[in-house]
Every structure is written in structure tokens, then in C-alpha cells.
Design a binder for this molecule. Structure first.
Ligand code: FAD
Length: 390
């Protein structure tokens, strides 16, 4: 397969997504048309292994594409990221049985079918906190029966493969395990309840998934692990996800920056100077660019350190965590500054900057989360005598 210029592909799609973004945001509707166009452009299989007909795009290409798509529409980019990262993670650190990886991969290549992890629950919060899900998988004759309710099921309106995290209680009082099962859209007992009505990323379709006596054959079991341990894919799972969130967020903040710059160049209140001449406006725009440049530098440093498994300085996986946390904080601040440049009209729902202000915050609540990440760094610095890599 010839090398694809994924940035060019994303730049051709992003303006079309931007034109639809306000409507989907207002309605909370899912951008099916965007995903049809992503499929036609080959994006839905860009990270799929080559062996199954995919593009096997690198981590760097994936991140560049995410940023560009997010400049058009943050919701489309975040939802797309959830699907694309699955194959990047599996290429680096396989956790699915090979026959399921092939089936899911070929589904993406041949039909544009989407996959995502469905882990979070109302009572559990993020499983990264170490808790056990209430969703339970029970061994029954010939397979499993799964019951539960999941929240934040991004891409729910279009998902074909739901990778569902459930508890599997063990006999004789042994500790319960966490297991992933692949469920299919037409499995009896599986339904999506359209509950997603959020402040930001409103067009991601992150609804509830309801599972009532869903009976599946034994081969739907993908993997398992002990509660509280790292995800089944280890650090590779975290890296593609965390940097994907960071790149998406940089894209949203860059769209806000571009809006504020264009506005400042044009806006000339009656009988006055163009606002770009005011020192306060100039300083704020400069600070926005500083924050965005710092975010990109951290993102690319972390991606490079991870790809090279760099032995220098802070461990690559910790650099990824730092990049995600700092990028999110920088981008939230950058959009806040851009809003102040635009002034009072930045609050108008008719202007896209109002949407950027809401969308940019969402990644704060995707793992790795700040408190847990800071504790991990503190532990490495303070409690691990072998570590002196800060
Ligand atoms: C737009 C969007 C899309 C999403 N898509 C998906 C998806 O597709 N699939 C999916 O499974 N999930 C998804 N999520 C859910 C997300 O990954 C989190 O699980 C969810 O936001 C809840 O996590 P939380 O940490 O805020 O909640 P909680 O775990 O309830 O935590 C609440 C607060 O307590 C703190 N806290 C909790 N435990 C600890 C601890 N052990 N140590 C220190 N502090 C702690 C947290 O930092 C947080 O501040 C999505 C979230 C968003 C916002």
C-alpha cells in the first residue's frame, strides 16, 4: 500500500466537519455523515495492521491526524480516536485473541465497522481508580451471560464491536477478576439508551449501554486481569489513548486560537483602532501561542521517547502522562485567553469559540487523570530509591 499523507486527508475533511459541527453540538446528534466520509477516505482503517488490509499508521501519523480533525470538530475527533487507538494499542501490545483481532480489523477495513472499549459505570467511575465494575459475566453452559449498565459509551450510535469490561466472580471466595468481552450490536439483550446530554463533546454519542441477560458463546472472552492492575495492554494502551486525547485537545484549542486571531485582526469598534493594536490583546494572543507550542513540544517529546523507548531522563511512560496532564491544562487556559480576546460576543452560541470553550475541557476527565498521575510521579520520585530521573 502506498504511503498516505494523513495530514492532507484530515485537512481536506476538517472544514466539512466544521460546517456541520454547530448543528450536531446544538442537537447532541451523532455526525454519521462525518464517519461516512472518514470511511470513504480510508481513515477508519488507517491504524489497522497491514496484514488485514489496514494502513498501519504510526503513532506520529495518528496524532497529527487527530489534531487536524479536531480543528474541524472536536467531537468527531474524540470519537474517531477511541476507534483508531484500538489497533495501535493491539499492534504494540496484543491483548485480543488473534482471531478476534483479525475479525475486528477486517470489519473496519471491509465494512467501516467501529470498535471501542466500554469500561466506565455510574457507580464505578473510572476503572483506573481500581474499583470493580457492577457489570457481571456469569459462566453458563456454552459461554457467558452478561448483565449491567455502562456509561460514556463513545460512538454508541455506530459501534459494531463493544469491548465490555465486566467482573467475573471466582469460586471459593477468590478475588474477582476483570475481564473484557466482545459484544456485537445485534446481540439479544444489548441496547443503547440515548442518555448523552453533556456540556462538551456533545456529538460523540457517549450514551449508556444496557446489557440484560446477554448470552454469548465462550469465544467472546478476550482477556482478563486482576482488579486494580494496569489495563490488559499495559503501558501501550495508556500511551495511544493519552496522547490521542492530548492531540485532539490541541486541535480544539488551535481552532479557538485561529478564531481569536482572525477576530482580533478584523474587529474595529466604531471610531477606534483595530483591537489587535491593544497591548492586552497582543499579550493574550502571544500567551495562547506559547501555551500551544509548549503543548506540542511535550506531546512530540513524549511520542518520540515512547517510540524510541528512550533510556534518557524521565521514563517514557511518565513523559506521556506529563504531556497529557500539562497539555490539557495549557489548552484549557489557551481557550480561556482566546475567549477574553474576542470579548463578550465569545459567549454567543452562534460563535464556534463558545463550543471550543466547552469541548476543550472534556479530556480533563479522560485518563490519566491529574490527581492519580501526580501521585504516580510523586511515588517514583519519593518512594522508589532506584529512581532519580526527574
Ligand atoms: C467525553 C468523554 C468520553 C468518554 N468515553 C469513554 C468511553 O468511550 N469508554 C469508557 O469506558 N469511558 C469513557 N469515558 C469515561 C472516562 O474515561 C472516565 O471513566 C469518566 O470520566 C469517569 O472518571 P472520573 O475519574 O472522573 O470518575 P471517578 O472515578 O468517579 O472519580 C471522581 C473524582 O475522584 C478522583 N479519584 C477517583 N479515584 C481516585 C483515586 N484512586 N486516586 C485519586 N483520585 C481519585 C478522580 O480524579 C476524580 O476527580 C469518557 C469520558 C468523557 C468525558
Amino acid at each position: 500500500m502506498a504511503e498516505v499523507d494523513w495530514v492532507a486527508v484530515a485537512r481536506s475533511l476538517a472544514p466539512r466537519f466544521a460546517a456541520r459541527a454547530a448543528r450536531h453540538d446544538r442537537e447532541g446528534s451523532f455526525p454519521f455523515e462525518n464517519f461516512a466520509e472518514l470511511r470513504a477516505a480510508g481513515v477508519l482503517s488507517m491504524t489497522v495492521p497491514r496484514a488485514f488490509g489496514g494502513g498501519a499508521a504510526s503513532l506520529a501519523d495518528f496524532l497529527r491526524l487527530q489534531e487536524e480533525i479536531a480543528r474541524g470538530d472536536g467531537s468527531t475527533a474524540l470519537a474517531l480516536m477511541m476507534h483508531l487507538k484500538t489497533f495501535g494499542q493491539e499492534r504494540e501490545s496484543p491483548s485480543f485473541p488473534p482471531e478476534w483481532l483479525e475479525r475486528i480489523a477486517r470489519g473496519a477495513v471491509e465494512h467501516g465497522w467501529l470498535v471501542n472499549s466500554v469500561a466506565t459505570e455510574e457507580g464505578l467511575g473510572s476503572p483506573a481508580g481500581g474499583g470493580l465494575p457492577a457489570t457481571a459475566a456469569l459462566r453458563v453452559e456454552g459461554g457467558w451471560e452478561i448483565d449491567g449498565r455502562k456509561t460514556f459509551t463513545t460512538l454508541a450510535p455506530l459501534l459494531h464491536y463493544f469491548v465490555v469490561l465486566a467482573r467475573v466472580d471466582q469460586p471459593d471466595g477468590a478475588a474477582s477478576q476483570l475481564a473484557n468481552f466482545v459484544l456485537l450490536r445485534d446481540d439479544p439483550g444489548l441496547r443503547v439508551e440515548e442518555t448523552w446530554d453533556s456540556l462538551g463533546m456533545r456529538a460523540t454519542g457517549s450514551h449508556d449501554l444496557v446489557l440484560e441477560h446477554v448470552r454469548v458463546p465462550a469465544d467472546r472472552f478476550l482477556n482478563n486481569r486482576g482488579a486494580g492492575s494496569f489495563g490488559a495492554r499495559g503501558a501501550a494502551g495508556m500511551v495511544w489513548f493519552a496522547l490521542g486525547v492530548a492531540a485532539t485537545t490541541i486541535g480544539v484549542a488551535t481552532a479557538a486560537r485561529d478564531y481569536a486571531v482572525a477576530y482580533a485582526r478584523e474587529r474595529t469598534p466604531t471610531s477606534q483602532r483595530t483591537i489587535r493594536e491593544y497591548p492586552g490583546v497582543r499579550t493574550r494572543i502571544a500567551r495562547v501561542d506559547l501555551l500551544l507550542q509548549r503543548s506540542r513540544a511535550l506531546l512530540w517529546d513524549a511520542a518520540r521517547a515512547w517510540e524510541e523507548r528512550s533510556p534518557e531522563g524521565m521514563a517514557p511512560v511518565d513523559r506521556v502522562v506529563v504531556a497529557k496532564i500539562d497539555t490539557l491544562n495549557n489548552c484549557v487556559e489557551a481557550v480561556d485567553l482566546a475567549m477574553r480576546v474576542v470579548g463578550g460576543v465569545s459567549l454567543q452560541r452562534s460563535r464556534p469559540i463558545e463550543r471550543y470553550f466547552r469541548d476543550v475541557r472534556a479530556g480533563l476527565h479522560n485518563p490519566p487523570l491529574e490527581d492519580r498521575a501526580l501521585e504516580t510521579l510523586a511515588r517514583a520520585a519519593l518512594d522508589d530509591p532506584a529512581s532519580n530521573t526527574g
